[in-house]
Design a binder for this molecule. Structure first.
Ligand SMILES: *[C@@H]1O[C@H](CO)[C@@H](O)[C@H](O)[C@H]1NC(C)=O
Length: 499
């Protein structure tokens, strides 16, 4: 059979089109990655070796080229990556061949991979080196072997190996416990090694480093050890693999040091804010606070449905807020007592006092009841009742609450953490009041609970409380209230018991 020429042309055209379609389909869709020769299951695509990564340096005075040249002279030279937030200024002198500079800040006209260092590390291990370090042949390999073939018994979770950088004080190991729920990082001198104090080269597996939430946040050691502690990792310090460092160090002048310290403080603040750590307990027991104070706003916003924002983040009241609330409660109680105003711990505050002598760790205010007829004895309450917000001698602000017939004592003008003062009055032996907020515990009660008032330790001082605390609390919150803690509004967010 013979086809007429025009039909043959048509068939050829259709065949060509089909072929074209196949090509587009075949090469246009992504192919699954092929396993690389030599790769293993745990680190696909990574090759044996250690990439040297330089992250901690100051733009205005550094020894980045010196570090790079020193490592580039090793045989074989390790891959070298310098990572900066943005292009250093003044610009770095030229780096030796093979060293790359990456900036983390993306630019709208550059491909994203240029700001993603994890795409540029091709080796299974990374060494994070401080500025000024000098390479020693064999040390990186020794560190890697210590990580991979170390004494790792059962339960050993060593994920970081640290080698000292020689200097006036040798680095030491610290234990580190980070509680995000309590916004607190606590360093202690004894215990498993979870952080290294002092200059050190840190080596870890590439997949571990880039699986961190903030792999290259600065200050790099602080960021790394806090994240490691949260994951239960431990650190192994190898004193025998000490690295030399440039003398004098890159920041030798007093001005350079001063500038670097100020920059480091600013970075530390930013890091702790990003991590939600507001209190750091140092190994010697000193505390550093990074949270709110009298000159800052309260560190959580308006509370909706009696459930502050931090409870939704599975965190409790920031420690700086608890501290400020304690101070405000102590101040309010002292002023009331001095003026002869009878007051008592109310609601959740009494519950906290009964449970552990303090504010409930997730509470966001303090409640005190007062006898309404006594309010006039206190100048601050008289002035507040007249409609003015009064600042007392210690900077606490007393005012009448706009929401109803009660008073508030604020920590400061700016920081609106507060103690609520609820005026009650007796009627036929029952204590009642005029403003009700419709909470379960907001109920009338027999006056006999206040006759007499009893002292009770609370928030670091001795407060006054009803005389039968258990009966009073069970009347307000129901049976078992002291033994069974619950968040203020379980319908919105429940307390999860620790297993
Ligand atoms: C990455 O980290 C998460 C925890 O943050 C962990 O569950 C996961 O196993 C890690 N992945 C790898 C590949 O290590």
């Amino acid at each position: 059979m013979r086809l007429p020429p025009c039909q043959a042309a048509l068939c050829a055209a259709i065949g060509l089109n089909l072929l074209l379609l196949l090509c587009v389909w075949r090469w246009g869709t992504p192919q699954p990655p092929r396993p690389r020769a030599g790769g293993d299951n745990t680190a696909p695509g990574l090759t044996p070796g250690v990439t040297v990564l330089l992250r901690e340096f100051e733009d205005f005075a550094n020894d980045v080229p010196g570090v790079a040249r020193s490592f580039a002279a090793l045989r074989p030279p390790p891959p070298l990556l310098v990572v900066a937030d943005e292009t250093p200024y003044p610009p770095l002198p030229p780096l030796p061949p093979g060293a790359r500079l990456l900036t983390l800040r993306p630019a709208p006209d550059r491909p994203p991979r240029l700001s993603r260092p994890e795409l540029h590390v091709r080796t299974r291990h990374v060494a994070l080196v401080p500025d000024g370090v000098r390479a020693t042949p064999g040390h990186l390999e020794r560190m890697r072997d210590a990580l991979e073939n170390g004494a790792g018994g059962a339960g050993d979770n060593t994920r970081v190996v640290a080698a000292p950088v020689r200097g006036p004080t040798p680095p030491r190991c610290l234990d580190l416990h980070v509680s995000l729920r309590e916004w607190t990082a606590r360093y202690t001198p004894a215990g498993p090694c979870r952080a290294v104090e002092g200059d050190a080269v840190l080596l870890l597996r590439t997949r571990d480093l880039f699986n961190l939430s903030f792999p290259l946040a600065r200050p790099l050691p602080t960021a790394l050890f806090m994240q490691a502690a949260l994951r239960g990792w431990t650190v192994r310090l190898l004193p025998e693999a000490a690295f030399a460092a440039r003398r004098p160090p890159p920041l030798a002048t007093p001005h350079g040091r001063w500038k670097a310290e100020a920059a480091a403080r600013a970075r530390r603040r930013r890091l702790l804010a990003d991590f939600g750590v507001k209190r750091v307990v140092l190994p010697e027991g000193r505390e550093r606070w990074y949270g709110c104070g009298k000159e800052t706003a309260r560190c959580f916003g308006t509370v909706h449905a009696r459930t502050p924002q931090y409870l939704h983040q599975d965190r409790w009241t920031p420690p700086c807020c608890l501290r400020a609330l304690r101070a405000t409660a102590r101040r309010a109680a002292a002023v009331l007592a001095a003026a002869g105003v009878r007051y008592w711990l109310e609601g959740g505050s009494l519950l906290g006092a009964a449970r552990h002598g303090d504010i409930i760790p997730w509470d966001y205010d303090v409640d005190l009841g007062i006898y309404r007829e006594d309010a006039g004895k206190c100048r601050l309450l008289r002035e507040a009742a007249a409609g003015a917000a009064v600042v007392d001698d210690e900077g606490f602000v007393w005012e009448k609450a706009p929401e109803g017939d009660f008073f508030r004592v604020h920590y400061s003008r700016l920081n609106r953490l507060h103690v609520d003062l609820w005026p009650f009055y007796p009627r036929d032996g029952v204590m009642t009041k005029d403003t009700w907020l419709g909470h379960r515990q907001d109920v009338e009660f027999p006056e006999r609970f206040l006759q007499p008032l009893r002292p009770l330790p609370f928030a670091g001082f001795t407060a006054m409380a009803p005389n039968d605390v258990r009966a009073f609390l069970e009347l307000k919150f129901g049976p078992g209230a002291i033994e069974n803690p619950e968040y203020p509004n379980p319908a919105v967010k429940r307390l999860e018991r620790e297993k």
